[in-house]
Each structure stands twice: as C-alpha cells, then as structure tokens.
Design a protein around this ligand. Structure first.
Ligand code: SF4
Ligand code: F3S
Length: 269
C-alpha cells in the first residue's frame, strides 16, 4: 500500500565512505524496502540506484525540477572548500562538490546532513584537513538544516527524522547544533549499561583484566560517553544487536564536532 504523500528524497554523496547509506540499508523499523516502497520516494541515491552516468545526471535534474520546494535533500560526506577543492568533482560538467551541493540543495524543503562528515566535517576535516573539509551548515544558507551526526548516523535517527517530516510536514525540534532533540537530548553516559560500575568506582584498567571480563566502566580506557550526545546506548546498531560499549570498547565520541582531533589519544589517568 502506498501512502498518499510519499516524500521525495534526493540523497547525494560527497567526501564520504557510503557508511550512512550502508547504515540505512540495515534499518529495521521500518526496513529499507518498507521505507522505499511505502514511505519515501527515493529519487536519487548513487549507491542504490540502477541508473549511472548521463542517465543518472538527467534524472537528478528532472527530480529537482519536478519536486521543487518539496523534496528533502539528504547529504552524506563533507565538502572540500580549501585550496584543491577541484580535487573532488562530479558529473560530466566537472561540478565541484560545493557547486553540486549548492545546486541540489537550492530548491529543497530542508537539508538533512547524515553522518559526522556532512554535519561537522568529520574524518576528512581532521588535522591538517588537507581538503579544507566543512559540513553542510557551514556553507548552505537560507533553509532548514537537520544534522544527524555519528559515524555512521544511526538509521533509527535518519528514519525517525524522515518519518517525522512525512507525518507532520515539519522538521523535528532541534538543539543548538541543529540535531533532533529526540535523538541527541542526552549523553551516552546517561543511559549506559555500565553506568552502575562507573558510580561504584569499578573501572577497566587494562584490556583483559578482571574489570574487562566483567563489563566494568571503560572511562579509564578513554571512553568519551560522558561528553557525547547520542542515543546509541538505547537504540544500539544493527537492529539493536550491539553498540561500541556493548562490544567492549569505549565510546570515541563519533557524533561530536571535531571528535577526531578533540578526543584522540586522550585518556584520563
Ligand atoms: Fe560512562 Fe563510558 Fe563508563 Fe558507560 S563505559 S558508564 S558511557 S564512562
Ligand atoms: Fe559513536 Fe560513541 Fe555511539 S563512538 S556510535 S557515539 S557509542
């Protein structure tokens, strides 16, 4: 059964690894087929579409024209704006990623940046940031921008945002970093399954020690859960199968701005 108003989506990939496309393929409620066949009208996505080359480019132009002012522009990957931004070009006309984003986002109802690269520059923006990578909100102006960071963004948060738009025609309530409050309103640490061990002062001190074997708190091994806003501890990944801390590794703060530089090698003693 088809919903009356399936929201058109144009999903573009810039400096990315396609990890967010991979993540949404593993969405479980709704599943990707339910999403594509019943809820959204996925007009363009390089990883999933059958068309390629000139045919794909022509379809992109047609979709922008047909759904002017109505489509959601989903962006995956950062945008190189430094010297050498011409390193990344797309299509037969050799559009830079910046020109491409500007053209595709111009007539969108809203722009949804998925993953830490599209939101805050992510790994490509890590020092010394050779390409001058920035996030969507650094260069796109004049329309609502929704940021869904994490590496990759949790599919539950992507579909939650899209479904909110489908059902209400509005974007969800956002925080000061343009993140949906329903997903980024609390810290990893607030709902962590190891939190009782933190409160009891029971820490893993070395990989393989007694604490590690008993799932104690990973703070002393560098866990950034106390500084990281996201809902991984509640939603988990891969249909709720597991998440970083459940697998025995501390949170690296992958959904925070500049996490790569800010949190690397930091370990409280
Ligand atoms: Fe907090 Fe990390 Fe310890 Fe969990 S493992 S309680 S998030 S410091
Ligand atoms: Fe990322 Fe930390 Fe969640 S590393 S996936 S924000 S637990």
């Amino acid at each position: 059964a088809e919903l009356m108003n399936r929201v058109p989506i144009i999903w573009i990939e810039l400096q990315d690894c396609a990890g967010n496309s991979e993540a949404i393929l593993r969405s479980d409620s709704p599943t990707i087929d339910e999403l594509i066949l019943e809820t959204i009208d996925l007009e363009f996505n390089e990883t999933l579409m059958a068309a390629a080359g000139h045919q794909a480019e022509a379809h992109l132009e047609e979709a922008i024209e047909t759904f002017k002012g109505k489509y959601l522009c989903v962006v995956e990957g950062s945008i190189p704006v430094g010297t050498g931004k011409e390193w990344c070009t797309i299509g037969a006309k050799g559009e830079t990623f910046e020109e491409h984003l500007m053209r595709v986002s111009k007539d969108a109802a809203a722009v949804v940046a998925v993953g830490t690269c599209a939101t805050f520059g992510g790994v490509p923006a890590a020092a010394p940031n050779p390409t001058g990578a920035v996030g969507v909100q650094d260069i796109v102006r004049g329309k609502p921008i929704i940021n869904i960071p994490a590496c990759p963004a949790n599919p539950a948060n992507i579909t939650g945002t899209i479904l909110h738009f489908v059902l209400t025609g509005q974007i969800p309530e956002l925080d000061h970093l343009n993140r949906p409050k329903f997903a980024f309103g609390y810290r990893i640490h607030d709902n962590c399954e190891r939190r009782a061990h933190f409160d009891a002062g029971e820490f893993v001190e070395e990989w393989g020690d007694e604490g590690a074997q008993n799932n104690w708190c990973l703070y002393k091994m560098g866990c950034k859960g106390p500084m990281t806003f996201n809902n991984c501890s509640v939603v988990r990944y891969n249909s709720g199968t597991n998440w970083p801390i459940g697998a025995g590794h501390g949170c690296i703060g992958c959904s925070e701005p500049q996490f790569w530089d800010k949190y690397a090698f930091e370990r409280p003693m």
